[in-house]
Design a protein around this ligand. Structure first.
Ligand SMILES: [Fe+2]
Length: 279
């Protein structure tokens, strides 16, 4: 019998864990079952956990190596997600999270996409601000056999310009130069994981298909993203203060629903670094 009480939230993505508190979460014997549940469900929701920032980082360390990049928060390993510029000076860049994406598709160096993200709600908005998830494994599984074969060799260039230009369609020359100075990355459209499972690598950063007419390639990418994120295949998390959500960034697309920019919404994020390249 599993040591976790888990209930699926949709057929393809998301599960809720109940009967758990911070002490249990940090116990040694739970990291394995949680990683297992994450692999199978893509997203784990623990409602009303009220995880303290230090405990969140400690939990992240149980799952893997934690990202300690500066996060506009006093606790190392916590990144503050808010549109309030007084709390996070790079709040503007976060607006790109309103589009479906996979984190870490345009790294600055040779780092792999993050393995998991832990997000806890400190303050929520009255309206909007839900986080939506869709399984990129299920998106692959739903392709026809013919599509699986046709797309097997496709490679896609991902860029910061592709994701930022959706938020700012008419950038000034200086902004455009800044975007273009960020390295782009080429990934296969279909990611074959170490586990043998396959997923689609899609989202706002996907710019164009290598060696294909731009419009033709864009049509394929747009169609695949639309199908991957059809409402019937999406779990939408409506946040309450104290909720913690963990997602497997390798097999899940996510986005935030828009919310009022003056809203107090504040999420504390811990990133568990990845150790698996997209290939
Ligand atoms: Fe994200």
């Amino acid at each position: 019998m599993s040591v976790l009480t888990i209930e699926k939230l949709t057929a393809s993505v998301g599960a809720e864990i109940t009967g758990i508190d911070t002490d249990r979460l940090l116990s040694e014997d739970l990291a394995g079952p949680i990683l297992d549940a994450l692999e199978h469900n893509g997203v784990l929701v623990i409602p009303g956990l009220h995880l303290a920032p230090e405990a969140q980082v400690a939990f992240g360390r149980r799952l893997g190596e934690v990202d300690y990049s500066p996060g506009h928060h006093p606790v190392a390993g916590i990144y503050r997600v808010t549109l309030d510029k007084s709390k996070n000076s790079s709040a503007n860049k976060l607006k790109a999270t309103f589009d479906w994406h996979i984190d870490g598709c345009t790294p600055t160096g040779d780092e792999y996409p993050q393995m998991a993200t832990i997000l806890s709600a400190k303050a929520v908005s009255d309206k909007g601000g839900e986080t939506e998830f869709a399984s990129s494994y299920a998106a692959y599984d739903r392709l026809s056999d013919d599509e699986k074969e046709r797309f097997a060799s496709l490679r896609v260039v991902h860029s910061l310009e592709a994701s930022q230009s959706r938020v700012t369609p008419d950038p000034d020359p200086e902004t455009l130069t800044r975007w273009r100075s960020w390295p782009s990355s080429e990934h296969p459209l279909i990611w074959t994981h170490r586990s043998g499972r396959r997923s689609l690598v899609l989202g706002a950063s996907a710019d164009y298909v290598v060696g294909m007419d731009r419009a033709e390639g864009r049509a394929i990418l747009d169609d695949l993203l639309t199908r991957a994120t059809e409402p019937a295949h999406v779990y939408r998390h409506q946040w309450s203060v104290g909720d913690t959500v963990i997602w497997d960034n390798r097999g899940v697309l996510h986005r935030a629903a828009p919310y009022d920019h003056s809203s107090p919404r504040e999420m504390l994020r811990t990133t568990v670094l990845g150790d698996e390249p997209i290939k």
